[in-house]
Structures are given as C-alpha cells and as structure tokens.
Design a protein around this ligand. Structure first.
Ligand code: ADP
Ligand code: MG
Length: 611
C-alpha cells in the first residue's frame, strides 16, 4: 500500500482511541469544557451507562455561532495560542481535540448561546460528518448531547463493561469533579433520576458532605493547609476507614483530577505505620503549584502529569498527611451491633442474624466519630470534643507503685478525674481499663512495640544506637549475595549498633550488637543475617529513613513485651505514661491497632438499657 494522508475523520477516530476510552471519559471532557467556560451551574444526565446518551449543560460563556464548526474541529482551541502557553496551562483543556474526537465516534449535537447573543445556534455531527450551523432557541450557555457512543467503532464498544459498571464509573467521576469545585453547582441524573444535587458553596467541607455523605465527611480529617511553593490541603480518612481498593483516593493538581503514583506513594508514606500495606486510605488531596512547575501535556487524557521537582511534592504531601494524622485521636471504637430496642437476648440474636460473622464491627474514628483531642495527647493538645482515654490518670494513680514518679504532664492531666479507675491484665496479653467514653482494651505487645519503635526512632536521629562489643565475635555463614551486600550496608548497620566484618569465605563476623537486643535475649547474629537478607530482597535501598523504619520496627518487635508476659503495676504504669508522649500510639509500627474502645453507649444498647 502506498503512503497516504488519512482523512480528518479517521485521524479524529484514532485520536478518540486515546481521549475517549469509555463513557466516563466523555463526561470528563465535557465537564472540563464547562468549567473552562466559567460555568456556575452544570448538569449532567446520562442514560444506559452513558453509551445511549450523555448530556452536559452549563451556563458558561457559550460559543459564537460562527465558531461552532471550529469547536468540533481537531486541533482547534480557544485556550492556548502559542508554544509558550503550553508552559503555563491554567485551563483544564488545551489540546483542542476532545470535541472532535467525541464527535467522530458518536452522534453529537451542540447548542450554544453567548450571553451577548440574542439567540442560540446549534450544530450536529454524526460519526464525524459535521452538519450545518442552525439557529436555535435556548438559554445562555452550552448544551452538548452525545448519543450512541462508539456507534462506528464496534471494537471499542466490546471493551465496555455493563451499563451498570459504566454508570458507576461516571458517577465516580462526577463526584471527583464536583469535589474539586465547590463554587460550582452540580446536578447529576442517571436514567432520569437525580443522583447528586449540590448547590454552589464557598466551603469545601459542605461540598464534601454533599458529595460523599455527612457520615464519611464528618470522619475525615482536614489537613492544615501548608503554604509554600507546593501548597497542599484537603481531607484524609482514618486508618480504620481504609478501603481494599484505591478508588477513594482522589488527587487534584491545580484543580485537575489526576492519577499519580508519586503522590500515592507519598500518601502511603504519610500513613506509614498506621495501616497494613494492602489497605488504601480515603483521601481527597489538593495540590497547588505554579503551573510552570508541572507538565500536564503528558497524555491525551490529561490525567497524568510530570513534576519539575517531584521530591518537593512528595515531601509536602507526606508531611501534610503525617501532621494531620498526628493531630487527632485515631483509636478505633468497637461498635456493638445495634440491637432492637427490646431488651434481652432476643435483641442480641436479631443483631447477630443480620451479620453473623461480625457482631463486633470496627467503627472508624475516635470518640464519637468526631475529631476529639489525641488519645495520647495529654494536656498538650487539649480542646473541645470527646475526651480520649486518660492514660495520664492511670499513670498517676499507678505511680505510687512505680519506681519513677509520674511526669508533670501526667500529673496535670489527672485533675477532675476520679481515682477509681483501675487497669487489669487479662488473657495474659491485654490491658483493660476505662475512660469517660467507654471500655478500653490495649494490646500490650502492640503498644509496647509502638513505644519502643518511637523511642528507637528518636534515638537514631541523635546518633548510632547504643552498642555493645562482643567478647568473642559471632561467626555465621551466609549466602554469596549477602557477602556482596555487607560492605554497602555497613554504614547503616553501624547506625543501628551492629558492627560486622567479612571473615573469610562466605562468613560474616559480628563484632558488636545493639545493647537493646542483647537485653531482651535476642540473637543479634541471626537478626543481622535476616536483616541483610531483607535488604537484598528489596533491591536498592531508596533512602536511609525508608530503610531504617522497617528495621526499627523489627527491633521494636523483638525488644517488646510479648503476649503472655506478666506485667506488674509498675510496668503497666510505665507503658501508659509513655503512651502519652508518643504520636501514633494508636497503632503499632505494622499498622495494627494498639488500643480499642467499646463506647458506653454501645454497651448500654447491647444490654437493652435506655440510659
Ligand atoms: P479544548 O478544551 O482542549 O480547547 P475541546 O475540543 O474540548 O478542546 O473544545 C474545543 C473548543 O470548544 C474549546 O477550546 C472552547 O473554545 C469550545 N468549547 C467547548 N465546550 C465548550 C463549552 N461548554 N462552553 C464554551 N466553549 C466550549
Ligand atoms: Mg476540552
């Protein structure tokens, strides 16, 4: 076949392959156009999963009659004019190919009126064949209607999911866009029924509640906005609310919804130690930077970006999330499944019938679901809202048995609390006590592990961990890969308090080990061999902090009291007192909770009491 220029309709269909992957991508492009047009109200209506029809109406600036054919022409846009504009894109669209692409694979009509024009005009296109501009009647703004999507591209149609699944993708997208622009009113109809209606508001919180529901919105934690070259604000979920999929992780860059692995990684880092690795926290994260600092022209769908300084963005996100999570009480409540009002066991049975597997359900959020002061916040972070479990009170009361006097924080926090609260050890592994809100159960190992971890982390920033020279070096044979890694790993190992050397053929000699491991009777040589093995498995060590954290977690685990260890009052008191001073005491370094609370209200309900 000889080389030919392709007809424009075919060029547009090819472009459509990238721009219009599915009905939700059409809705996205149309919403972006409406927002770029300065709309204050947008309504979206879809039928049959968007494959049958999609309509987007806005009250934006409109399109002049004479320019309607250009709107559906490829590479025609009102948003950029010269190459330099590409360096500082401030509109959502700029490629001038969305409408052309959509029109080439559907039946499309556009009706538009500028405010200054007396009447509207419209234009229809069918599978890329563009009709005439006709006079029409309609309000100021633009209405784009798409019918029979992919009518001429059966291959693409085959890849679509069921209308129900496509509908849910569109709904997800509309929610995502609506969250980005509280100042714009959104209305969304699915098959003739209103699915979302949110009036314009100046408050991101109000929009959050309208889009995600009051309950979810109330449990999210607002980030303290960080000023600077990278501005980060938004809302993050509590670890206990995390989901099995990443769909609830919404990322925005300068108001544009994006997908970005770097930012997701930073989010994960922000939650490090608060959540098992396979969970995805709910986040709505808004990042604002100078448009010149980011390239959005990476992919036709404009959902991917390239940052000029990825590290700065990563650090800003990670820091903002860490700070937000440190500022609230993350202790999950155990909710006793609500029984029927009738007292007694009948109610209990009714409850368990509903959910036989899980009569105890983890409820997200601390205290009453609001954001009370930190569980271990002591007086430092006091404020309104429900009171956290008062370890201070306990610590002070138990201090009579303790070898060390309670800290001054503990002493001041006890004021106003009766001294009758006691703590007992049950099952050889748990500490049970109470606070104003309910029964509190602590996993002694998990809590001790978190405390050891935090103190290790603090100590290691000050210098190498305290180390103890062995009288006789301990020699272990190790695999070849380990031999190669030893030299590279030596500086990190020294910081951890290990001194190792090669001792001939595939043999490692341990000359010194961290005091802490020795004091808990852990075999330091085994530990270091295992550690090296892990490092090799992980590949190149990204940065020191990232490499050290899991090791510190490992050390903390080995150095902590175990389930089955009997604790005396002084030890319990020590645990509780230290928990006060530590951030993230609600979870162990692996992300499992250290503390659970059964609210009094749930117990009362469970026993059929009205008060
Ligand atoms: P882009 O958004 O990249 O410019 P599109 O193909 O999406 O490309 O749209 C082409 C042009 O049509 C836009 O630049 C804009 O001038 C005009 N347009 C599209 N939709 C609207 C709308 N809802 N209101 C006003 N103008 C619109
Ligand atoms: Mg566009």
């Amino acid at each position: 076949m000889s080389i030919r220029r392709l007809p424009p309709s075919l060029v547009n269909q090819i472009a459509a392959g990238e721009v219009v992957e599915r009905p939700a991508s059409v809705v996205k492009e149309l919403l972006e156009n409406a927002l770029d047009a300065g709309a204050t109200r947008i309504s979206v209506a879809i039928a049959g999963g968007g494959i049958e029809s999609i309509e987007v109406a806005d009250d934006g600036c409109g399109i002049a009659a004479a320019e309607l054919p250009l709107a559906v022409a490829a590479h025609a846009t009102s948003k950029i004019g010269e190459a330099a504009d590409l360096e500082r894109i401030s509109t959502l669209g700029f490629r001038g190919e969305a409408l052309a692409s959509i029109a080439s694979v559907s039946e499309c009509s556009i009706r538009s009126r500028r405010r200054e024009d007396a009447a509207a005009s419209s234009l229809a296109a069918h599978g890329g064949a563009i009709g005439e501009v006709r006079p029409d009647a309609g309000p100021a703004g633009t209405l784009v209607s798409i019918r029979h999507l992919f009518l001429n591209t059966p291959a693409r149609r085959k890849f679509l999911k069921s209308p129900v699944a496509e509908t849910s993708r569109i709904a997800e997208l509309v929610r995502t866009m609506a969250l980005a622009r509280p100042d714009v009113a959104f209305r969304f109809e699915i098959d003739g029924k209103v699915a979302l209606e949110c009036p314009a508001t100046a408050s991101p919180e109000v929009r959050l509640a309208a889009v995600l529901g009051e309950e979810v919105a109330a449990s999210l934690i607002a980030l303290e906005p960080v000023a600077g070259a990278v501005r980060v604000w938004g809302f993050v979920g509590r670890p206990a609310q995390a989901k099995g999929s990443s769909r609830s992780q919404r990322l925005y860059l300068n108001g544009r919804a994006i997908h970005d692995r770097l930012i997701l990684h930073a989010v994960r880092e922000g939650y490090r130690g608060l959540m098992p690795g396979d969970r995805h926290p709910v986040v709505a994260l808004f990042i604002e930077i100078d448009p010149a600092e980011v390239d959005v022209n990476v992919h036709p769908a404009k959902t991917e970006v390239r940052f000029r300084s990825p590290e700065a963005v990563h650090a800003a996100v990670r820091r903002a999330i860490k700070a937000a999570l440190a500022s609230v009480d993350l202790t999950p409540s155990i909710e006793v499944e609500s029984a029927e009002p009738a007292a007694g066991f009948a109610g209990g049975r009714a409850a368990s019938r509903r959910d036989p597997e899980a009569p105890w359900r983890l409820r997200s959020g601390g205290g009453g679901g609001g954001s009370g002061p930190g569980l271990f916040a002591g007086t430092a972070r006091s404020g309104g809202g429900p009171k956290g479990f008062d370890f201070a009170a306990l610590a002070t009361r138990l201090a009579t048995d303790a070898t060390e006097p309670a800290s001054s924080i503990a002493a001041s926090a006890v004021e106003g609390l009766e001294a009758s609260r006691s703590v007992i050890q049950v099952g050889g592994a748990f500490l049970v006590s109470e606070d104003d809100e309910g029964l509190v159960v602590v996993d002694q190992h998990a809590l001790h592990e978190r405390l050891s971890f935090e103190s290790l982390r603090e100590r290691i920033t000050a210098g190498p961990l305290e180390s103890q020279r062995l009288l006789v070096p301990v020699v272990r044979s190790v695999p070849e890969a380990t031999v190669e890694a030893i030299e590279e790993a030596a500086p990190l190992l020294r910081r951890l308090g290990f001194e190792v050397e090669l001792a001939g053929d595939r043999r490692l000699a341990l000359l010194a080990a961290p005091t802490l491991l020795a004091s808990r009777g852990v075999d330091a040589a085994d530990f270091v061999v295992e550690l090296l093995g892990r490092w090799i498995e992980q590949g190149p060590i990204p940065d020191e902090a990232a490499a050290l954290e899991p090791v510190l977690a490992m050390m903390a685990c080995k150095a902590s009291v175990r389930a089955g260890d009997r604790l005396n009052a002084a030890e319990m008191s020590g645990l509780f007192a230290r928990a006060l001073e530590v951030e993230r005491a609600s979870n162990c370094p692996h992300g499992r909770p250290t503390t659970l609370r059964i609210p009094w209200s749930d117990l009362r309900r469970r026993f059929g009491r009205s008060s």
